[in-house]
Design a protein around this ligand. Structure first.
Ligand SMILES: Cc1cc2nc3c(=O)[nH]c(=O)nc-3n(C[C@H](O)[C@H](O)[C@H](O)COP(=O)(O)O)c2cc1C
Length: 186
């Protein structure tokens, strides 16, 4: 699969089969994160790879934040079942001090975001699937996984084989709405 095809056909997958993820494929996903570009090549990301079923169930529980979802009419995070069912869950963290800052803009989120896309694209390229889960109780999740104070948890990624072939994704804004040529025009 070439890069553009991978980018265009990747989908967020929230339902996984119980088929195990081969070590070689997991390794390819981890190496894709390792290969990501970052501020001054400081590589602020850290990963916690979880396979233990009980811990995955606990991470799933912690991926519902009532104050966030109840106001939006959700009784669960759409990806929660996937976190419990996927054989591997990768928790992607960042050490903010190991990235840059310019005029109050902290680049650890950019570094971690790029690493996240590498993770999801690599999973897709080797026939696996994933989803970026950005809503979770960071404090409790940090306690559960022993993540040191000051290290931020950026995303939780269930990784496994999709239960069914993903349908086409949600629509994107037209290029005309998101691209300006030469100058920003209203
Ligand atoms: C930063 C970020 C946070 C996200 N958090 C969640 C989440 O908590 N739960 C979920 O089901 N999907 C989550 N998603 C997935 C998006 O809903 C999904 O990427 C979007 O709807 C586009 O669909 P696609 O990934 O299939 O193209 C998140 C995506 C991003 C980039």
């Amino acid at each position: 699969m070439d890069t553009l095809e991978a980018i265009k056909t990747r989908r967020s997958v929230r339902k996984f089969s119980d088929k195990l993820v081969e070590d070689q494929k997991l390794q390819a996903v981890l190496e894709a994160v390792q290969a990501a570009p970052s501020w001054s090549n400081m590589q602020c990301w850290r990963l916690v790879v979880v396979t233990d079923a009980e811990t995955r169930a606990q991470i799933s529980d912690l991926s519902y934040v009532e104050s966030f979802f109840s106001t939006r009419g959700y009784k669960s995070n759409p990806a929660q079942k996937g976190i419990a069912d996927a054989p591997v869950v990768i928790v992607l963290c960042a050490v903010p001090e190991q990235s840059g800052e310019m005029k109050g803009q902290r680049y650890y989120m950019a570094d971690a975001g790029i690493a996240s896309e590498n993770l999801m694209l690599a999973a897709h390229a080797v026939g696996l699937a994933s989803v970026f889960v950005g809503v979770f109780d960071e404090e409790k999740l940090g306690d559960l996984l022993g993540i040191p104070a000051g290290v931020r948890i950026v995303g939780v990624f269930p990784v496994g084989y999709p239960l069914s072939e993903p349908k086409s994704g949600p629509p994107r804004k037209p290029l005309a709405e998101i691209v300006h040529y030469e100058r920003w025009k209203e």
